[in-house]
Design a binder for this molecule. Structure first.
Ligand SMILES: C[N+](C)(C)CCCC[C@H](N)C(=O)O
Ligand SMILES: O=C(O)CCC(=O)C(=O)O
Length: 376
């Protein structure tokens, strides 16, 4: 079927009936499904309909489906002879996975809000780089919890880039594809100082902020510098429960985020909480440094500030935060569209602190997990 993902091999078809412009199929496990003929012709997997090497569809949209001469089951699989001379063959398990009206089966983990007390999953570096289950566990935890820790990695510069490249290309931003979090002489960003960083998401001033952030600890022996995290979904749900009007205001009111330095001026107008039509929280944009002028009507301004302050207070409430003291050789990976991160101030005169970081697209993590799942 020109499909790399596995489909159930034990299923066979036992019956097929034509009903107008549909076929009704019955499998050996008793399941039934109805398939419009147009769908079947559009999904034909022969070499004229699917490119044998790229696996991409070659069939173009049809106004009407050619008539069917015969639909039959051979060795449990479906064979169709079309009146225009075309022949299609469908594997029973492949069709079963795609029964119209059934939700598509995707093995990707759904995001699950943190429950207090939340303790993140840890994966050993050696297990991640061995591939297989270690890598699956790491990606699964990251997609599900929005945060995962890697332990016992080597103290090598660029290890973060090597790990990221296993998954996909590093996602470049105006800070480069790979960045060093150290205190710098002429910082363009609070991260490059030694001051405390309140909880934030990175680059909410981009239409599409980076999805996943990896921070690899190489040195952390200065006094202070502990890391903090909070789950934006958990806290936004807490806000919705405590004050639905505040939640609504942050979800419905777009505000401006903006970053500027000598070379850039990157801004976007979006709400702090992005809620889907189903009420699900899809994204949090929260970064108080790069919130731009609050350009709202005078009526809205005071109530927006109230709601924002409420959210800020809940984010920083001890029950919503986890504190991590990153050790050299440890890497934290988190979903930057959901989980907020921050750190305590550190004293650069007492020792060194050096993190190397990069970003990854969520699509690449999902892709990697699907590829790993092919092997079962
Ligand atoms: C991690 N790195 C230093 C590269 C970027 C940090 C970005 C955080 C910043 N306040 C902003 O969103 O613009
Ligand atoms: O220094 C840290 O621990 C976090 C740095 C940070 O918040 C950032 O790079 O955005």
């Amino acid at each position: 079927m020109h499909e790399l993902a596995p489909w159930p091999q034990h299923l066979t078809l036992t019956d097929v009936f034509a009903e107008g412009l549909r076929l009704s199929l019955v499998w050996n496990n008793g399941d039934r499904g109805q398939f419009p003929l147009l769908w079947l012709r559009d999904h034909c997997a022969c070499d004229q309909c699917r490119h044998p090497l790229t696996r991409e569809r070659l069939v173009t949209p049809m106004a009407a489906v050619p008539g069917l001469d015969e639909a039959r089951i051979e060795h449990g699989q479906l064979h169709l002879d079309w009146q225009d001379g075309h022949h299609s063959r469908f594997a029973a398990g492949w069709l079963h996975q795609r029964r119209p009206g059934e939700a598509a089966i995707d093995s990707l983990p759904r995001p699950v809000a943190w429950q207090t007390p939340f303790s993140p999953q840890h994966v050993r570096h050696a297990d991640l780089v061995a591939g297989g289950n270690g890598e699956k566990a790491w990606i699964t935890a990251l997609l599900r919890d929005g945060l995962v820790l890697l332990d016992e990695g080597p103290l090598e510069l660029e290890e973060v880039s090597r790990l990221a490249r296993r998954i996909g290309p590093l996602k470049a931003t105006n800070f480069g594809a790979r960045f060093d979090v150290i205190s710098k002489p002429n910082p363009n960003n609070a991260a490059y100082t030694s001051i405390a960083l309140a909880l934030h998401t990175d680059l909410p001033n981009w239409r599409q902020p980076p999805d996943m952030q990896l921070l690899y600890c190489l040195k952390n022996d200065a006094e202070g510098g502990g890391s903090i995290f909070a789950d934006g979904i958990q806290v936004a749900e807490a806000l919705r429960a405590a004050n639905p009007d505040h939640f609504q205001l942050l979800a419905e009111t777009a505000i401006d985020f903006r970053f500027q330095d000598e070379e850039h001026d990157i801004g976007v107008r979006e709400p702090v909480i992005d809620v889907g039509t189903d009420g699900r929280i899809r994204e949090i944009r929260f970064n108080n440094w790069i919130r731009d002028t609050l350009h709202l009507s005078a009526d809205l301004i005071t109530s927006w500030y109230e709601a924002y302050h409420h959210f800020w207070t809940l984010l920083h409430a001890p029950q919503h935060q986890i504190a991590l003291d990153l050790r050299p050789g440890q890497m934290v990976a988190f979903d930057n569209r959901r989980v907020l991160h921050g750190r305590e101030a550190f004293d650069p005169t007492t020792g060194e602190r050096h993190l190397q970081g990069t970003y990854l697209d969520r699509d690449m993590l999902e892709s990697r997990l699907r590829v790993l799942a092919r092997k079962g």
